[in-house]
Write a protein that binds this ligand. Structure first.
Ligand SMILES: [Zn+2]
Length: 347
């Protein structure tokens, strides 16, 4: 099969090569999927430096195939897999979990004591075929664009977890979305609007302001021209926002916290600018503010967001659809922040 193989670290050209590799075979409980659509994510840029998240098992030695999101058709079933047939249109949860530990029993698979990610601890979907556990599959109805479905597992699932499950946004609330041009951010704009909120999107650059407004944001702030904390105060008449979605970390935390009203909630999923912010804890407790960790949604969150995509309530924003052969070009878009929404690879 053809695969986008990570063979090293350094530049995109040094690290990645699209080439033939042996097609894997599904083991017991596993399924071989013919991938039709997969996506690029921020973590593919982090992989250039060999980075993985804290608390997550280390990545295996190179060469490696990245990619946690996919849509495709079942090509072969391993032993013991029930309820699926070759040719079924599927997507997957994109994580490894035991199904038996305390947290899996609670339905919180992303807190599993044996947690891992497709494309990090095992070979992922940046290839013509991927092996996944049968228990992670979800069915994709006929007629639904597979490229949209392939966006469900990472950014959309995470944004859903942050806003709906963790922050419990309510209709009429004001939500401030940082990093609003990225995978989590564009999903956050759309999910915030679906939940009946007023959405303020923070992006870098005039063309991204226009795009954020096009996809439904009520206000869009260009952080290269105006401080987002000042903008949030201006737009809310000094009251502050109800909820902040912050995937950025050190550079933005203190301003995000101060953009909240009394009792405001900040949902966090990542730390792309660093994980050691300069903050005053007094600015948190004295204003009854809450900080909510939400790194990725569980199976219920995933099922909910997938249903919204399949019935058309959410239409993921796709910046580019590139053939697998051009994955290096897609990674440059992410690295240069020259994109808005998702970069999808067609396989
Ligand atoms: Zn578990």
């Amino acid at each position: 099969m053809l695969a986008a193989l990570q063979v090293g670290h350094g530049t995109i050209e040094e690290a990645f090569r699209v080439q033939e590799v042996p097609t894997p075979a599904p083991g017991p409980g596993e399924v071989l999927v013919r991938v039709r659509f997969t996506t690029l994510n921020r973590k593919d840029v982090f992989a250039l430096r060999g980075l993985t998240g804290p608390g997550i098992r280390p990545r295996p030695p190179l060469p490696h195939v990245n990619g946690g999101e996919f849509m495709g058709e079942i090509a072969a079933l391993g032993s013991g897999v029930r309820g699926w047939s070759p040719g079924d249109r599927v997507t997957g949860f994109g994580a490894l979990y035991c199904g038996e530990c305390e947290y899996c029993q609670m339905g919180e698979q992303t807190a599993c004591l044996h947690y891992g990610l497709l494309g990090e601890q095992v070979w992922g979907a940046h290839a013509e075929y991927v092996v996944v556990e049968g228990k992670t599959l979800e069915r994709v109805p006929d007629g639904v664009d597979g490229a949209l479905v392939a966006c469900a597992g990472s950014g959309y699932n995470t944004a859903w977890r942050m806003l709906v499950t963790a922050a419990r946004v309510q209709p009429g609330e004001t939500v401030l979305i940082l990093g609003a041009s990225g995978g989590v951010g564009t999903a956050g704009i759309q999910i915030g609007k679906l939940a009946g909120c007023r959405v303020i999107a923070v992006v870098g650059g005039a063309w991204k302001v226009a795009r954020a407004l096009e996809i439904g944001a009520d206000h869009a702030v260009d952080h290269t021209r105006e401080d987002f904390l000042e903008a949030a105060r201006r737009i809310t008449g000094g009251r502050g926002v109800d909820v902040v979605l912050d995937p950025i970390g050190a550079d933005t935390w203190r301003r995000s916290i101060n953009a909240l009203r009394m009792f405001g909630r900040m949902a966090i999923c990542g730390a792309t600018s660093g994980d050691a912010p300069d903050i005053s804890i007094r600015e948190v407790y004295q204003s009854h503010r809450q900080i909510l960790g939400a790194p990725k949604g569980n199976r219920t969150d995933f099922t909910n967001v997938l249903r919204c995509i399949c019935d058309g309530r959410l239409a993921p924003v796709i910046h580019a659809r590139l053939p697998l052969m051009e994955m290096q070009r897609g990674l440059h878009m992410l690295q240069d922040r020259d994109f808005f929404g998702k970069v999808v690879l067609t396989v």
